[in-house]
Ligand binder design. Structure first.
Ligand SMILES: [Zn+2]
Length: 480
């Protein structure tokens, strides 16, 4: 079936960069784009009227965890003073006795919710770190039902984190845990590459520079090359990691990755905030940025996660100018990629102390072409003949947008996920009129609320403090 979308502003791709067709059209047949331009004169089977809308390539989220949903993030965004804004350590380390009570038990609800939430912000392809960890078959079926395009794999590391009752963090190192994890990840990568009608692809996701041994990281690169998959690792994500690596290896995490031969164009680094010279580090030595740029590795930046903690990348523009391929991720809640590109732009202006930094063009490129390059895909992140029919239609016709001159600027400065009208993945319409079509949203939301209440109630059983959720994360006002 051939479908024509009448824009609006159509973001086409001319082989080098995006360009806008005002009152343009996009035609797709099956799961491929057939035509992008001003006018299409051949017959079509179906027309979608999207006048007043932006017709964009679907966005690529380069860092996302479905396993942590709305309820968990209430806790994950709070942290301990002695953790220096290392939020996942505060959240991810239960007490040894309480570990069995920690986190959401009904994983399927949380993951399905997170993926649908992401899809509704116009994301058509996502990196999904660790999602298939528990029950791979169930997970793959769930992704197939949700309909998103997904690069995924179980995450693995040598360390398990626990808290003692005084709030001290303990690292349990276990070589076998790491190699077992890698083995399972390789099995998953081989078995499920191309699943979900080709929408699922696989990657290797070793945990963090300070939670994996150099040997495990080297084995990861070797295995990835053998089976032909890409790799993403959390790198320079918090001060704990920076100082742990500095103490153990006497170099920065990025220098360590270089030293062990980890970095190349098939690797992306999640977050990559605390590189040499960052103002929080008191470490103005070396040149991590140049090491990354020279290696060809990419960076997946999740700006909102860091803004919540009072941190900015220093800076998105500087990384880009160094020649690093940049992508955007949504490693917190809400998982609203459109808002995250705005945060990337504004964060860059603050870091550079310049209104000229954080150009809408650059953050839009990161959310489309940057993600595609990270995956080595020239058929994603663009609307061009032959590319995948992965499309986001954003309504710019609301009073909030005012008069539109540059639709990309309007998108970056004003839009949120609730402005996304239609999302098409692989030629299938999954969201229309702002509603996800394959699941009752209200029902899903009620289930997520109920499950989140359960998580919050179990907090004293596994949190090191033994305190209630209202003591750990005090509400804005008293709730009676
Ligand atoms: Zn992450």
């Amino acid at each position: 079936m051939k479908t024509l979308i009448q824009g609006g502003f159509v973001v086409g791709f001319n082989g080098t960069e995006h360009e806008i067709f005002k009152d343009g059209v996009v035609v797709y047949e099956g799961n491929r784009i057939e035509f992008v331009g001003k006018e299409y004169t051949h017959p079509v089977d179906k027309k979608i009227d999207a006048k007043g809308c932006l017709i964009s390539p679907g966005f690529i989220d380069t860092h996302f965890h479905s396993g942590i949903n709305a309820g968990d993030y209430l806790l994950n965004d709070s942290t301990k003073r002695d953790f220096f804004a290392s939020n996942y350590l505060a959240h991810g380390g239960p007490t040894r006795e309480g570990a069995k009570h920690a986190h959401l038990k009904d994983v399927d609800v949380g993951q399905r919710f997170s993926l649908i939430h992401l899809l509704k912000s116009g994301v058509t392809t996502t990196f999904e770190i660790g999602g298939p960890g528990g029950d791979p078959e169930r997970y793959v079926n769930m992704v197939d039902e949700v309909g998103v395009r997904c690069y995924t794999g179980p995450s693995y590391k040598n360390v398990s984190f626990f808290h003692d009752p005084e709030g001290r963090l303990e690292y349990d190192w276990n070589d076998e845990r790491g190699s077992e994890g890698l083995k399972k990840a390789v099995e998953f990568a081989k078995k499920f590459a191309g699943a979900c009608n080709g929408r699922m692809n696989t990657m290797l996701f070793p945990g963090h520079v300070d939670s994996c041994t150099p040997e495990l990281l080297q084995q990861t690169r070797k295995a990835a090359k053998e089976i032909g998959v890409r790799v993403q690792i959390h790198a320079t994500i918090n001060l704990f990691e920076f100082h742990t690596v500095m103490r153990l290896h006497r170099c920065t995490p990025i220098e360590l990755l270089k030293k062990i031969g980890f970095l190349d164009p098939e690797v992306s680094l999640s977050h990559c905030i605390f590189i040499s010279g960052h103002s929080w580090l008191a470490y103005p030595y070396g040149d991590d940025l140049k090491i990354i740029a020279d290696s060809g590795a990419s960076v997946a930046y999740s700006p909102l996660k860091y803004l919540k903690l009072g941190i900015v990348m220093e800076s998105f523009d500087r990384y880009l100018k160094a020649g690093i391929n940049m992508g955007i991720g949504t490693d917190t809640f809400p998982k609203d990629l459109i808002s995250d590109i705005r945060y990337a732009a504004l964060g860059s202006r603050v870091a550079e102390r310049s209104f000229m930094a954080g150009h809408p063009r650059d953050v839009f490129n990161a959310a489309t072409l940057g993600g595609a390059k990270m995956l080595g895909r020239d058929d994603l992140g663009r609307l061009q003949k032959g590319a995948k029919a992965d499309i986001a239609i954003v309504n710019l016709g609301d009073i909030a947008f005012g008069a539109v001159r540059d639709p990309i600027r309007s998108l970056v400065e004003t839009a949120v996920s609730r402005d996304v009208r239609t999302v098409i993945v692989d030629g299938e319409t999954l969201v229309d009129n702002g509603q996800y079509l394959r699941h009752n949203e209200q029902e899903l939301l009620e289930t997520v609320q109920a499950k989140s209440e359960q998580i919050w109630q179990t907090l004293p059983k596994w949190h090191w403090s033994g305190k209630s959720v209202d003591e750990v994360v005090p509400p804005s006002f008293r709730i009676s």
